[in-house]
Ligand binder design. Structure first.
Ligand SMILES: [Zn+2]
Length: 287
């Protein structure tokens, strides 16, 4: 287990959308520097990271939101707290996330990509403040406040839109609102209708929280690729069935999703702050 986190300013938080793609090592142009790196954090050991580089641009990668069999997001010393401690120590300034999601907008179909510009958090058991979590562990960090009026970085989101189009997805939407469910179960038809569809939400997923606001808390830009894998229960069709549907879907689309993320990595300017994301966070004397 390592205690020193190297300075790396870009991170990719993996999710179900790229499981099976071989990200990052199997993709052209990526050089893996080190794999299976477990960092010591005040919350316990992190999930295994990969440190890699794409055309000289270094990035950290962690699979599946930093969640493992032992590390959950819904329990104390959560995946999000461990993951973002590492990203904070690395000095990460640009973060790309991804996930599979269900449609809650009847116009969406499987294999559509939504690059979201909004979210509604329906989770109840997840850490809300990295600063408070760290202080509880005796780590001295400055207090910050932040706004979420534009939670997703417009610049990184634009690169994900471009990358998704180039990767061959049938339809790519450059805006949309994500509902975040606690899980791990999927929703009932009534929940899809009353909680998401009737409220104007476009897709539902489980692991956008806490990463979307922990990114802001550490002063990093964040954008996410949400890949529709199924219709929300009862919304359009009942003719999809569990594991088979998901694995066939992933076999077809995980590689294009990984290519879309690679495009964003390749094209991003790590020093560009014209998006203003870092300005939406400030030091405060109130804890
Ligand atoms: Zn930004």
């Amino acid at each position: 287990m390592k205690t020193i986190v190297p300075e790396v300013v870009v991170a990719v938080i993996g999710g179900s959308a790229i499981i099976g793609s071989g990200f990052p090592g199997a993709l052209e142009g990526v050089e893996v520097i080190e794999e299976d790196i477990v960092y010591e954090t005040p919350f316990g050991p992190s999930a295994p990271f990969t440190r890699a580089s794409l055309e000289g641009k270094e990035f950290l990668y962690v699979p599946f939101h930093g969640i493992t069999d032992e590390i959950r997001n819904t329990e104390p010393d959560s995946a999000g707290e461990r993951l973002f401690y590492v990203l904070m120590k690395a000095g990460v300034r640009k973060i790309i996330g991804c996930a599979l999601c269900g449609s809650t907008n009847r116009l969406l179909d499987p294999a559509d990509v939504v690059i979201p510009d909004g979210f509604v958090d329906y989770t109840t058991k997840r850490a809300q403040s990295l600063t408070r979590s760290l202080r509880r562990k005796g780590v001295d960090v400055e207090s910050t406040m932040y706004r979420l009026h534009r939670p997703f970085c417009p610049t990184l989101s634009g690169l994900l839109v471009e990358g998704s189009r180039e990767a061959g997805f049938p339809r790519v939407f450059s805006r949309g609102t994500v509902g975040v469910a606690e899980g791990p179960r999927l929703e009932s038809p009534s929940e899809i209708r009353k909680r998401y569809a009737d409220e104007g939400l476009d897709v539902v997923t489980m692991n956008l929280v806490p990463e979307v606001f922990f990114a802001r808390e550490i002063g990093a830009c964040y954008a996410a690729l949400e890949l529709v894998s199924n219709y929300g229960e009862g919304l359009v069709s009942t003719e999809w069935s569990g594991h088979g549907a998901f694995s066939e879907f992933q076999e077809r689309w995980s590689r294009p999703a990984a290519e879309a993320i690679l495009h964003a990595l390749r094209e991003m300017d790590v020093d560009d702050e014209s998006c203003s994301c870092p300005m939406y966070r400030w030091r405060t004397i109130i804890e």
